[in-house]
Design a protein around this ligand. Structure first.
Ligand code: ADP
Length: 619
């Protein structure tokens, strides 16, 4: 028995009992046969039993399950050799609940070294256990994260030898860890061109300056390069010495490739691209912009946009920033070039947002060449029109000058042939008749030329009147009778029998019909047929002259209405003509506001159509 070395007002046994009762651990005293003899207050609270209830009960009342043989063996070997036995186990409370505890059983010896009982000290470690469990879980989670994460986790030692990498790196590189463990990382994975740079990055990291965001490729087993972005952390031991490097890497190959693709597209766009911030500063340009403006990229980026924009920030009239437009398309404007020239451009602009910042994206085409071509074309057209006008005026004058003497040739040959001034012999009659025929032919030719050139010179006016179509066509068929009957060609009409009133220039209408009918009879072999179709449509009269003649090759159909155009074989002496009839037809039809058309097949025939829009005055 200890004697406490001070003058306590109570007995030693009271002090010891207080100490036992105040203990935060449960204290249980059993007899040598493990019958409970005493429990302290903490034990009562811990197990839910009070002393009178539990006293005399076997200790196993607090066991959740029986001890295994092995446990018993270990315990008794300690206890019998006089040592306390410490272990962790679960224990059961009165209400059947269990808890995790740390137990220390000590044998109690008499002075004569005989065991007179056992002292159990029990500490509830449920909370610690839970903490430990969650720590283990965290470690498990981390391990499985490292195992399944789609990032590279690699550990290198101070020399750059591979200590560890995760399954993702195994998959990516094609090398299992066990294949390359202990090898030098740089020799195994880094392409030659990058070795020096990455080694120096590594050295810096080992020296305590870890690197973030370094990008370098690694070479896979297949020889492919994968681009990785690295985040390094130096690993240190308890003494703070760097023992190696933990490198976390992201495979950014696809991102880099996509960026490169975009960059290539951006640089190779046929148009210029400008990106401008809200501060009017040019943030980016593509190569084409430099080509068009003559500036280098670095001369443009960072500058105010009015370096190229004829309006720009100085004028404070940017349609997007000042006028609040979100964008525009097809603006016909100019761009200021380095040499001071303003080149014409066609510009689209759009407000865009990148990472929360707003920019204007301008895309433009250099249209200098197109503008030049347009101006040249306008000039050429003007010149051609002037030339045409001069030609028409010349022709009109010339034909007039020709017609006057020709009329006297015809007139005098008529007088001669009528033998008013004396008889002619047969030869003289033949010659005079030839003079008259040729004169008449020449006159009709000149008339055609005169008409056409007068129309082109804008001198011909239409004289509108309302007339009956049947009547007009009757007159024309009479006129063409000599042509058709000579070759025994049938002339048919295919049109409604009721009156068709048309509003047009009667003379011109007859001239159109005459030209078409005389062509049809000229180019239709003997015994053929010519049909005139006419129909009154909603807003126009449609007339067609169809023949069963030689037809017009497709290649000539497009040009046949042009002056002096003839289908090649007809240039032979067989069909005399000037190549002016159809162009006159087209001019006259178009003067009425109508259109001409042609369908033809060689050997089968041709159908010429024209329309006269209905412009009949309502009153
Ligand atoms: P011309 O008859 O005086 O030569 P046109 O302008 O009237 O002049 O006709 C131009 C050419 O179109 C003719 O030379 C002929 O080759 C062709 N052509 C016109 N009408 C017909 C037709 N009905 N059938 C076949 N060819 C035709």
């Amino acid at each position: 028995m200890y004697n406490l070395e001070f003058n306590a007002p109570v007995s030693n046994s009271k002090i010891f009992e207080d100490m036992i009762q105040q203990s935060t651990d449960a204290i249980i005293y059993t007899t040598p046969d493990f019958t409970i003899n005493f429990v302290n207050r903490t034990a009562e609270e811990m197990f839910g039993w009070n002393l009178p209830e539990i006293k005399g009960k076997p200790i196993t009342i607090l066991h959740e399950q029986n001890l295994t043989l092995q446990q018993k063996k270990e315990m008794f070997s300690d206890l019998y050799s006089g040592e306390p036995h410490e272990f962790e186990d679960t224990r059961k409370c009165k209400d059947g609940s269990t808890f995790y505890c740390q137990i220390k059983i000590s044998p109690l010896f008499t002075e004569k070294s005989r065991i007179y009982g056992y002292l159990g000290i029990i500490r509830d470690i449920t909370e610690e256990k839970q903490n430990e469990d969650s720590l283990i879980k965290e470690i498990d989670l981390l391990t499985s994260l490292i195992g399944t994460a789609r990032v590279i986790v690699a550990v290198l030692d101070r020399q750059g030898k591979i200590v560890y990498y995760n399954p993702y790196m195994e998959k990516l590189s094609g090398y299992e860890l066990k294949e390359v463990k202990g090898e030098n990382w740089f020799s195994r994975f880094i392409p030659e061109k990058e070795k020096e740079r990455t080694r120096s990055v590594f050295k810096k990291a080992i020296a305590g300056h870890p690197n973030e965001g370094n990008v370098n490729p690694i070479v896979t087993k297949e020889g492919k390069e994968i681009i990785v972005e690295w985040y390094d952390t130096a690993l240190k031991n308890d003494d703070g010495e760097v023992t190696g490097l933990l490198a976390i890497g992201n495979d950014i190959t696809q991102r880099v490739e996509a960026e490169e693709k975009l960059k290539t597209i951006h640089e190779n766009m046929p148009g210029g691209i400008l990106m401008i911030g809200q501060d009017y500063i040019i943030k980016d340009v593509n190569y084409r912009t430099c080509e068009i403006t003559g500036y280098k990229k670095e001369e443009l980026v960072g500058q105010l946009c009015d370096i190229v924009c004829p309006k720009g920030s100085a004028s404070k009239k940017c349609p997007i920033w000042e006028e609040g437009q979100k964008g525009f398309r097809g603006m016909d404007t100019t761009i200021k070039c380095k040499n001071g020239i303003k080149k014409p451009i066609l510009k689209n602009a759009q407000e865009i947002s990148i990472k929360g910042d707003t920019y204007i994206l301008e895309m433009f085409q250099d249209i200098s060449e197109r503008k030049n071509a347009e101006e040249n074309a306008i000039e050429a057209k003007k010149a051609a029109e002037e030339a045409n006008q001069a030609k028409s005026e010349f022709l009109a004058n010339m034909s007039h000058e020709l017609r006057t003497p020709l009329n006297s040739v015809i007139g005098f040959s008529d007088i001669l042939s009528k033998e008013v001034k004396g008889e002619l012999n047969d030869n003289q009659k033949k010659y005079v008749s030839n003079i008259a025929k040729s004169g008449n032919h020449l006159l009709s030719l000149i008339n055609d030329i005169l008409d056409l050139s007068k129309i082109e010179a804008g001198q011909k006016q239409l004289e509108y009147s309302i007339f009956d179509l049947h009547e007009a066509l009757d007159e024309i068929s009479k006129l063409t009778k000599p042509l058709t009957s000579k070759k025994n060609i049938g002339l048919q009409m295919d049109m409604p029998s009721e009156d068709i009133r048309i509003y047009a220039d009667r003379k011109k209408f007859k001239q159109i019909m005459y030209n078409l009918l005389s062509n049809a009879s000229k180019f239709t072999p003997a015994k053929g047929t010519i049909t005139i179709f006419a129909s009154q449509e909603k807003d126009k009269l449609k007339v067609a002259v169809s023949d069963t003649g030689i037809g017009i090759p497709e290649a000539d159909q497009a040009t046949i209405f042009e002056p002096f155009q003839q289908v090649k074989p007809s240039k032979s002496s067989e069909h005399k003509g000037t190549g002016l009839g159809l162009s006159l037809v087209r001019e006259l039809v178009e003067m009425h506001g109508g259109q001409v058309g042609l369908k033809s097949e060689v050997g089968k025939g041709s159908t010429f159509t024209f329309t006269i829009p209905d412009k009949t005055p309502t009153d």
